[in-house]
Design a protein around this ligand. Structure first.
Ligand code: HEC
Ligand SMILES: [Cu+2]
Length: 342
């Protein structure tokens, strides 16, 4: 009677546990940076491995926990009990609890090793997009070597295409992580790491530096914007068309003049088609078409841009853009100039 009651309890404890895990996975999948909502083959393969290990761990927890609970209750000491029988070792038991973990480890290791090697190199297709990622304290540069384009903090890619990344750092160790597309990859000075992903659905995928890299590490975000192939090509063509920048009106011209004057912006920022070719800060050639300012920290609006220009460190602690002595008129002109950079 006692025994079968315990067995029943053990079986029922698995059902709520399994539904709790399923519920938690579903809830986590709603978050914008969730590994439980993979949007491409790399993240999917990694989630499969994670799920396999998770379920095995849950199984072990339930079995070991149940046996432990049963033993503690059933064989607890009662007042007046004699000293229990003294036992020295049990070969059968020891063989069983050595062999079972070996089998479990093999079940985990075989797919893990297979997928680790499988994901190490991209699928052998010709039609890939190559991108060079460079981590800076505390923003990201994205270069498209085959397309002659440089941008920052927003990586545009075509849906369904294999994207091959090489990752380098300008300063300290960072880590490139877009949870819905692929696992983390360290970005290390004096070393080139590689990774790849495919975004299977159009959309915005949130990324984050995942290796502590200094004051504004938590503000080192980025986005992968996956677009249908034709929209991506339209963006590429638009970027390539930039020749000599011609200001649309006097305010923009004044902004450009401030930007290009000694000691200010042009020393750190590049804008194609102008005299500005600095390499210290983000390329601003397509600034107006970006959705955020300062590595995902602020929405790209005129008010936020003004805040940023007035005092970058007040917006982003430690930001490596200096606070420049700009008047409100200067800021207005610079804003007009920057928003004419599509
Ligand atoms: C000493 C170098 C330096 C100077 C001078 C400088 N910047 Fe920057 N700028 C940076 C760096 C570095 C960042 C990246 C900050 C970050 O996100 O952490 C940046 C970021 C920006 C951004 C946000 C870009 C983005 O996509 O997130 C804008 C806009 C900008 N700067 C405009 C200007 C303007 C306008 C001037 C001149 C008034 C200027 N900068 C002068 C280094 C500089
Ligand atoms: Cu970081």
């Amino acid at each position: 009677m006692v025994r079968s009651g315990n067995k029943l309890k053990r079986i029922f404890s698995i059902v709520p546990l399994a539904s709790a895990v399923a519920w938690a996975q579903g809830a986590f999948a709603q978050a914008p940076q969730s590994v439980f909502a993979p949007a491409g083959p790399v993240a999917q393969t990694q989630l499969n491995l994670l799920s396999l290990t998770l379920w095995i761990a849950i199984g072990i927890f339930v079995v070991v926990g149940s046996i432990l609970l049963y033993t503690v209750i059933r064989f607890r000491a009662r007042p007046g009990d004699p000293i229990p029988k003294q036992i020295q070792g049990n070969t059968t038991l020891e063989v069983i609890w050595t062999v079972i973990p070996i089998i479990i480890l093999i079940v985990i290791a075989v797919p893990t090793v297979r997928d680790a090697f499988g994901l190490a190199s991209p699928p052998p297709v010709d039609d890939v997009l190559n991108v060079r990622v460079i981590g800076y304290q505390w923003w990201w540069a994205f270069e498209y070597p085959d397309l002659g384009i440089v941008t920052a903090n927003e990586l545009r890619v075509p849906v369904g295409k294999v994207v091959n990344l090489t990752l380098e750092s300008n300063d300290v160790i960072h880590s490139f992580w877009v949870p819905r597309l692929a696992g983390k990859m360290d970005v290390i000075p004096n070393r080139v790491n590689t990774m790849w992903f495919v975004a299977e659905e159009a959309g915005i995928y949130y990324g984050q530096c995942a290796e502590f890299c200094g004051t504004s590490h938590a503000n080192m975000r980025f986005r992968v914007i996956a677009q249908p192939e034709n929209e991506f090509h339209a963006w590429v063509e638009g970027r390539r068309a930039v020749e000599a920048f011609s200001p649309a009106n006097d305010l923009v011209a004044r902004g450009q003049a401030i930007f290009e004057s000694t000691g200010t912006c042009f020393a750190c920022h590049n804008v194609d088609g102008t005299a500005a070719n600095g390499q210290v800060g983000p390329d601003l050639t397509d600034f107006a078409s970006r959705t955020t300012i300062a590595a995902g920290l602020l929405a790209n609006t005129p008010e936020n841009l003004a805040r940023w220009l007035r005092d970058p460190q007040a917006v982003k602690p430690g930001a490596l853009m200096p606070r420049l002595p700009l008047s409100d008129d200067d800021i207005q002109a610079l804003t007009a100039f920057l928003y004419s950079l599509e």
